[in-house]
Design a protein around this ligand. Structure first.
Ligand SMILES: Cc1cc2nc3c(=O)[nH]c(=O)nc-3n(C[C@H](O)[C@H](O)[C@H](O)COP(=O)(O)OP(=O)(O)OC[C@H]3O[C@@H](n4cnc5c(N)ncnc54)[C@H](O)[C@@H]3O)c2cc1C
Length: 396
């Protein structure tokens, strides 16, 4: 009898909780390593209640931190491999403009990181910028550079591709099954309203629900869940900021010297509309998040209206579409990729802080390596649970 026809009686090598992009890539790598893997998802797939849905994400090597830029080198290879395996175009290179006050330390550091890693980059002085991108108005003192590796990732297609490949390798996905209880042990027991499952190891990639899943396991992590308004803006001349006109992705860091950053992607998925969003949001519980749009908490949309008026004179300064998504932030905005401090066969991936999609092929590989007891391919230092004080509840 095929193992997936009797999931309640099978002892899996690994169960992965949460079929967002991180859990799905973890399951994919486990299956590639010949592991009998079950991927559990609380909602029916596909769904739009977590962090991995939507048409597009930015992919780039431009990071302040050298370790992310290095991980991205392998991510590009793994994305290309998934494109081949799924016979689907998942990435489109457009370049990524990083825009900021010229002396901004993050701007300078990112330029240096790209250089140190031999990533093709191009500095654009204000005059050059004006000629190249007449539809964008920089403020006095601002400068830009292009990370030529930057581009668009087709997120919904990517999630489907990785899940399809996982299934083709013999993996089992059970959706519409919320994990309600985890009992640690040499064999971990995982309960949903339908069945009780058992596995030698467990990976928890529950996105915005990570705190809720981890708290009963004695782990209290400083994760903040944010509701993000994903705004699309109408082009006055359709296509003027479009992929076909070779308009790039962009990030404006520390807008007006604040800690706010704004990013955008060329018009593509909805013709005539360009996506521009704040890299910040409003604190919400993932289960109680559906506030009406008129809410006074929509500070981010006001900030974006002002931003669009200033930088993008070729756009209507009122969002045409607002979709919803969620970030799960750590205090330092670095991910959490580690073993549970007490239960070594329980691994967690959380806190992707609004920049985890592009890195998911390597995140999945690392979580797979941790759960298989292998030496991780990268230094795990930036991602450890131990960097947070008071992470264990008194009961443990
Ligand atoms: C608006 C927006 C823009 C972004 N832009 C970018 C970008 O340009 N570039 C980039 O790299 N990243 C970007 N990101 C970040 C990226 O999308 C996230 O880091 C990534 O999707 C996180 O994936 P995840 O698998 O951790 O979470 P999720 O996708 O939320 O997956 C977690 C899954 O776990 C399931 N789950 C939770 N609890 C349980 C349970 N008890 N039982 C069963 N299942 C459970 C959930 O239902 C969910 O499906 C963006 C995010 C947003 C919201």
């Amino acid at each position: 009898m095929a193992e997936h026809s009797n999931p309640g009686r099978t002892v899996y090598d690994t169960i992965v909780v949460g079929a967002g992009i991180q859990g799905s890539f973890t399951a994919y790598h486990l299956a590639k390593n010949g592991k009998k893997t079950l991927l559990l998802e609380q909602f029916l797939l596909p769904h739009s209640r977590g962090s991995s849905h939507g048409q597009t994400r930015i992919i780039r090597k431009a990071y302040v931190e050298d370790f992310y830029t290095k991980m991205m080198a392998e991510c590009y290879q793994l994305w290309a491999q998934l494109e081949q395996e799924s016979n689907t175009e998942l990435c489109r290179q457009t370049g990524l403009l990083l825009i900021s006050a010229e002396q901004d330390p993050d701007f300078q550091a990112t330029w240096k990181t790209l250089g140190a890693n031999q990533v093709p980059r191009e500095y654009l002085a204000p005059d050059q910028f004006r000629k190249r991108f007449p539809g964008v108005t920089l403020k006095p003192g601002e400068a830009a550079f292009n990370d030529h590796s930057g581009g668009v990732l087709y997120a919904d297609k990517a999630l489907k591709a990785v899940q399809d490949c996982f299934r083709r390798m013999g993996g089992t996905i059970r959706d519409g099954e919320k994990v309600t209880e985890i009992r640690p042990g040499e064999e971990v027991m995982v309960k949903t309203p339908s069945l009780v499952y058992r596995a030698k190891s467990l990976v928890i990639t529950a996105g915005p629900w990570a705190s809720k899943v981890l708290r009963p396991l004695g782990l209290k992590l400083p994760l903040q869940t944010l509701g993000i308004n994903v705004c699309y803006w109408k082009e006055k001349v359709p296509g003027a900021y479009g992929v076909t006109h070779k308009f790039p992705c962009f990030i404006v860091i520390n807008v007006n010297g604040s800690k706010h950053s704004v990013y955008g992607l060329p018009s593509n998925e909805y013709p005539g509309l360009i996506k521009i969003c704040c890299h910040s949001g409003n604190s919400v519980d993932p289960d109680v998040r559906d506030v009406p749009l008129q809410s006074p908490t929509l500070h981010d949309i006001q900030l974006l209206r002002d931003f669009v008026r200033t930088y993008f004179p070729g756009l209507e300064p009122e969002p045409a579409i607002v979709e919803r998504c969620m970030y799960t932030n750590t205090p330092d905005e670095n991910f959490i990729l580690d073993r549970h401090p007490h239960f070594k066969n329980i691994v967690l991936g959380a806190g992707f802080s609004g920049h985890g999609f592009k890195l998911s092929p390597v995140v999945g590989k690392l979580l797979c390596e941790l759960s298989m007891g292998k030496e991780p391919s990268y230094s795990m230092e930036p991602f450890r649970v131990a960097r947070f004080p008071n992470k264990l509840q008194a009961s443990l």
